[in-house]
Design a protein around this ligand. Structure first.
Ligand code: IMP
Length: 199
């Protein structure tokens, strides 16, 4: 099955293609001569994912999906959430974003066991109908960043059942437990169900 993934991020496209192989061929907006860029004005990850998928569907009328993801820290009432990429400003600086999370956690009165999760919401538009999938990776924040792998908040996030941060485990291992992996698997399962074929 051919699907267009509304992302300009080559790493994400490759990761999704690996997870969805062999049943899917993924295209990017640029493969169709489109930019795919649209302002993310939603109040939730679900709304932002839907905005991106609808934008692509309206331009191309091709089966497509978009994702939105972020970190939710319980002691910060779910922040940075939809603001994960720009938490410390428009520069999207991962190091500054991490520092801001740690500073705000220092100030938080109830640290709630440092519980946090990564969440990924996928909006799929298949033959004009919308479907949503939600994948989470539960864990906790460590005040001492560790590891050089991954990206974003990986150095301060320890997944449940682990004693190392996401930046300290291999890319393959991260990709087998991640919020994106879980959401993509749900999408694959649902598409198998809808089409009545094993994808
Ligand atoms: P996006 O919606 O996938 O572009 O993710 C938005 C932001 O959430 C990223 O810029 C990161 O700050 C954060 N984020 C999402 N997924 C991850 C992850 O797997 N590790 C670390 N940070 C992530």
């Amino acid at each position: 099955m051919e699907l267009v993934f509304a992302t300009g991020n080559k790493g994400k496209l490759r990761e999704a293609a690996e997870i969805l192989a062999p049943g899917f061929t993924l295209l990017s907006p640029s493969d169709l001569g489109l930019s795919g860029d649209v302002e993310e004005t939603g109040a939730t990850m679900k709304e932002n994912a839907a905005i991106k998928a609808r934008h692509l569907w309206n331009q191309a009328h091709r089966n497509c999906f978009a994702d939105d993801s972020g970190l939710e820290v319980d002691a910060l009432d779910g922040a940075p959430g939809i603001y994960s990429a720009r938490y410390a400003g428009e520069g999207k600086d991962f190091r500054k974003n991490i520092l801001k999370v740690l500073e705000n956690l220092e100030k938080a009165s109830d640290k709630k066991g440092m519980r946090a999760r990564f969440r990924c919401v996928i909006a799929l538009i298949y033959e004009g109908r919308e479907y949503f999938f939600d994948g989470t990776l539960e864990g906790k924040i460590t005040m001492v960043p560790a590891g050089s792998g991954g990206f974003g908040y990986d150095p301060i996030f320890i997944p449940e059942g682990y004693d190392r941060t996401l930046a300290e485990i291999s890319e393959d291992e991260k990709n087998s437990i991640s919020h994106r992996y879980k959401a993509l698997l749900q999408m694959r399962r649902e598409l198998s169900r809808i089409t009545g074929t094993e994808l």
